[in-house]
Design a protein around this ligand. Structure first.
Ligand SMILES: Cc1cc2nc3c(=O)[nH]c(=O)nc-3n(C[C@H](O)[C@H](O)[C@H](O)COP(=O)(O)O)c2cc1C
Length: 207
């Protein structure tokens, strides 16, 4: 596809791999929609040691996001493991570097969604998803959850919320993304891709 093909930025942080797996499923959902691509990006860990540096290219997985990845996307799927009921610091650190995009309104009218993974079922999936939404609203993005027409929401005994895809990783953070959780990731990616194309067309018309 050409450089002009719109893309959904699937931006996530993951330490033990669960959120990374969800990101891949969301990307699969995005890419099942013709005319749009998924761009997987991650962020570096942050450290209390100011001198700590990370290699420019991570040893494995997605490469690190830069501001242009976000500026030029047609939609954003933001994924984080739950940390004390909220998003992880490395992702928040990246978001806190986006003031120039906010000042230029670069993300206004672009759809966004969030996904998360927790160790325990009632350990804060919903609070994490809802608080991840807040900076996206400041950016003028249009938030998309998962509607109950996705009947998997009624069937799952583990992750999956109307606020966004979620995953139960277990106390050792080693539980795989199950069938229901995966289906909801894919559905969320598909929905975001469709909305991205529709709002992309709307913004083009307004030019
Ligand atoms: C500092 C810290 C705080 C955490 N807080 C929570 C929490 O509030 N609720 C919860 O269920 N799990 C919590 N966890 C567990 C992570 O959410 C869990 O390991 C996550 O699903 C792993 O995702 P990943 O494989 O993408 O790194 C926490 C883990 C760490 C390291």
């Amino acid at each position: 596809m050409s450089e002009m093909t719109p893309y959904v930025l699937v931006l996530y942080y993951s330490r033990s791999g669960a959120t990374a797996t969800m990101a891949q499923q969301i990307a699969a959902g995005v890419e099942s929609v013709p005319g749009i691509q998924a761009r997987l990006r991650t962020v570096a860990p942050v450290s209390t040691t100011c001198e700590a540096v990370d290699p420019e290219i991570p040893a494995e997985g997605a490469v690190y996001a830069d501001l242009d990845d976000l500026r030029n996307c047609s939609a954003l799927a933001l994924g984080s493991p739950t940390r004390f009921g909220n998003m992880a610091a490395p992702l928040k650190y990246f978001i806190d570097s986006t003031s120039s995009l906010w000042m230029n309104g670069a993300l206004i009218d672009k759809p966004a969604s969030a996904f998360t993974s927790t160790s325990s079922l009632h350990g804060g999936q919903e609070s994490t998803l809802l608080t991840m939404l807040v900076p996206l609203l400041h950016h003028g993005m249009v938030y998309a959850g998962v509607p109950y027409s996705e009947t998997t929401l009624l069937e799952t005994q583990t992750g999956g919320t109307p606020y966004g895809a979620s995953h139960l990783a277990g106390t050792r953070s080693d539980r795989s993304v199950d069938e229901h959780e995966r289906a909801l990731c894919i559905a969320q990616g598909k929905r975001l891709a469709r909305l991205a194309l529709a709002l992309h067309a709307m913004r083009q018309e307004a030019l």
